[in-house]
Design a protein around this ligand. Structure first.
Ligand SMILES: [Cu+2]
Length: 296
């Protein structure tokens, strides 16, 4: 019996020693860390990885610092009232004994204010700080990502996200029922920045005066834009039907010219929207907006 109790005590000591000695940094395993490649002058990018917490206790990543940019934040994507938005989070929870995926459309490390472009195969140091204050340095690799490839990620989505949302179908310009489908259909080349800015007012740090100005712009131009989107959409459907129904080339081309005129008006309004936005927002806010937009 005596021998047994000595062993038991020894084992107990070993366990408690280990629990005391192992930092969170030592007990997590990082796999497949990578950073989304971005072109020169891109204001921001994101890092992804899988973090396995081998400890039985829950832990968290509480901060991150990358070495190619000015500000590094922990982010998630949330589905808010039909809008996919990035949101800064205080920490990324790491449940005990489980793996947590940082992946496009979900949790990520946001690298804002890039000092250099990210190229393929480039090694980027990122320091992750955990809830016990310990830090782990990892080397993430630059890798191309085709944004919003819902097909590949559908099975891994958490927090109620699905492939459709990843493809931007649920994205809102802050005004319309199914706006992105209309916007993409009517004019894929120009982003609707005002709606996005209003929806992300808190993240961008907009003050009341700025919000009032942006809303005034939307109020003035929103209905007209919606009419144009719907007009283009309806007229193109009509064109398909008329073509199949055997209308003459002259008739079809005349209708097609009308859709082009509407598209041109949409483009001009969206450029005005951007110019207004640059006046209302500070340079820093605009840069942040420009960095949020392609990630949505
Ligand atoms: Cu982000």
């Amino acid at each position: 019996m005596k021998r047994f109790s000595v062993l038991a005590v020894a084992a107990g000591c070993a366990l408690s020693f280990q629990a005391w000695a192992a930092t969170v940094a030592e007990s997590v395993e990082i796999s497949d860390p990578y950073v989304r490649m971005v072109p020169p002058n891109a204001p921001a990018t994101a890092a992804f990885m899988t973090i396995k917490n081998t400890d039985a206790k829950d832990h968290a990543v509480v901060a991150a610092k990358a070495h190619i940019n000015k500000v590094t934040e922990l982010h998630t994507h949330i589905h808010d009232n039909g809008v996919m938005r990035m949101r800064k989070v205080d920490k990324i929870e790491l449940p005990g004994g489980a793996s947590t995926a940082l992946q496009p459309g979900g949790l990520h490390v946001m690298l804002i204010g890039l000092n250099e472009p990210v190229s393929e195969g480039q090694k980027i140091q990122i320091d992750l700080t955990f809830d016990d204050g310990s830090t782990k340095s990892i080397e993430a690799v630059g890798r191309p990502i085709v944004p919003m490839k819902g097909m590949q990620m559908g099975g891994q989505m958490n927090g109620g996200m699905n492939a459709g949302m990843m493809q931007g179908k649920a994205l809102s310009n802050g005004r319309n029922q199914n706006p992105m489908a209309l916007v993409m259909h009517a004019n894929p080349a120009f982003p609707n920045l005002t709606g996005i800015a209003i929806k992300n007012a808190a993240e961008l740090g907009l003050n009341d005066e700025q919000i009032v100005k942006l809303k005034a712009w939307t109020k003035e131009h929103g209905d007209q834009m919606q009419r144009l989107f719907q007009g283009v959409s309806a007229m193109e459907k009509e064109l398909i039907q008329d073509t199949l129904a055997g209308q003459s080339k002259a008739e079809l081309m005349a209708k097609f010219e009308k859709t082009l005129a509407m598209r041109k008006e949409i483009a001009e309004t969206k450029i005005d929207c951007r110019d207004n936005m640059k006046k209302v927002l500070t340079a820093e806010q605009f840069e942040k907006l420009a960095s949020i937009y392609p990630m949505m």
